[in-house]
Ligand binder design. Sequence first.
Ligand SMILES: [Zn+2]
Length: 183
Amino acid sequence: MPRNTKIVPADLANLRIIHYPDSRLSRPSDTVALPDESLLPLAERMFELMSAVRGVGLAAPQVGVNLRFFVAGPVAQGDDRRVYVNPVILSAEGRQEEEEGCLSFPGMTCRIKRYGIVTVAAYGLDGQIFQQTGQGLLARLFQHEIDHLDGVLLVNRMGTLARLANRRALKDLEEQFEGKSSA
Ligand SMILES: [Zn+2]
């Protein structure tokens, strides 16, 4: 418990989605110690930030909190929104290659190869473990968000062609970031 509290910011209203190349995005995150009551308001704030930009998934490192959890959904009709704490991939099969975006790379999408069907196990905020199998977008979301927890970003998954095609967009993000940090 005390371990997370040191990382969870007290001022949630000022929490923002951070953008590439902020170094907090490329750092592997720490395992969450459960139960932790400070995670619920943090998760609520993440849902808020995610919905405001019409995202379907947001990982804690994307708001500068290097803990292993993400929020998601609803992805398909009838889905619930959900919090995934300390998620692991239990099985992955098949293939898909689709355009993928990331809230930390605004304005950029690129084709990424992923598994087609993925089963994850994770804890809910209540400390109960659950399993979920996703295919298509949901399978991609699982892989994308768990990548964030390992510090792996779109830019690390891109092929040479996608990197060339997005050269300008990446450079723009780098320049914006430098502008902000020197301001
Ligand atoms: Zn992302």
